[in-house]
Design a protein. Structure first.
Length: 277
């Protein structure tokens, strides 16, 4: 798959919001997204995931990378002087997924979300040429919020990969991935835990949106829209029923995206005056 097509195919909400960015910035964001998506796809393979991830990271770390997405990402890394810390932290998070996932508490799910998504938010800040510590902090929180949305949406999908990201201290019974696949669990209770994760994400979306004031003017609305779209997925799950949730993966349809876009435009430019304060 071509690098520019990863965000179109896998990140439909990001692709939608990204169309409001300047072309060059959007292309660079798409390269970062492709880099993260390729390694995420490797870890999601049921066989040899650990070996494949190791090879990918080794290729990235070599002076002459052979993998195309690594070559393109390195250009972005150099162009915007993205700190190695966030790349290494991302790799650490990805490696966690090659092992048995055990999330014991709320603190651990936030920590995990930082490694696999908060780091991406931080790297995005550099692409937007906003490297102030306050901006990075809020960008990381927006990444965490989006990952919490992913976790709340993908309980069934993750179970087929033998993973459960829901914190153990929120579950009142021992639930395995096999239990979820075979539907041998209390749907009502599990859905309540999922809603708690969505509720937790709200705090991080709020923080992420506060950080928009640190961004360049041309970037502010697209990021607010991306936040609103992803947040909308969580809200849709929250207002659903547990029977409906376990039937199919939740996503936003075309009309829902249109409605959220218009609402975001009104709130951002009319109500909040373009986040100028």
């Amino acid at each position: 798959m071509k690098i520019e097509n990863y965000i179109r195919f896998y990140g439909k909400s990001f692709y939608w919001a990204g169309k409001f960015l300047e072309k060059e910035v959007f292309e660079d964001c798409s390269t970062l997204y492709a880099f993260c998506r390729v390694i995420d796809n490797l870890v999601d393979k049921k066989s040899n995931s650990k070996t494949n991830v190791k090879k990918f990271i080794k290729d990235y770390q070599s002076q002459n990378s052979k993998i195309q997405v690594n070559k393109e990402f390195k250009k972005i890394e150099t162009k915007y002087q993205i700190p190695k810390k966030y790349i290494n932290d991302l790799f650490y998070g990805i490696n966690l997924d090659t092992k048995t996932v055990k999330i014991k508490s709320t603190k651990e799910i936030i920590k995990y979300s930082y490694y696999v998504a908060g780091t991406v938010g931080a790297m995005m800040s550099y692409i937007f040429q906003t490297s102030k510590p306050q901006a990075i902090k809020h960008a990381i929180n927006l990444g965490i919020a989006m990952q919490l949305t992913n976790i709340s949406r993908d309980v069934l999908k993750d179970a087929y990969l033998n993973r459960i990201y829901l914190p153990k201290n929120m579950l009142n019974e021992e639930i395995t991935a096999k239990d979820i696949i075979k539907k041998k669990f209390n749907k009502k209770h599990l859905f309540l835990v999922i809603k708690k994760i969505i509720f937790l994400s709200e705090k991080y979306y709020d923080s992420g949106n506060i950080g928009i004031k640190y961004l360049p003017k041309k970037v502010k609305f697209p990021i607010f829209l991306a936040s609103s779209l992803y947040r909308g997925i969580g809200k849709k799950i929250f207002s659903s029923s547990y029977n409906r949730y376990f039937l199919d993966r939740t996503y936003l349809n075309f009309m829902e995206k249109i409605i959220i876009t218009f609402k975001s435009f009104y709130f951002f430019f009319i109500v909040n005056n373009g986040y100028k304060n």
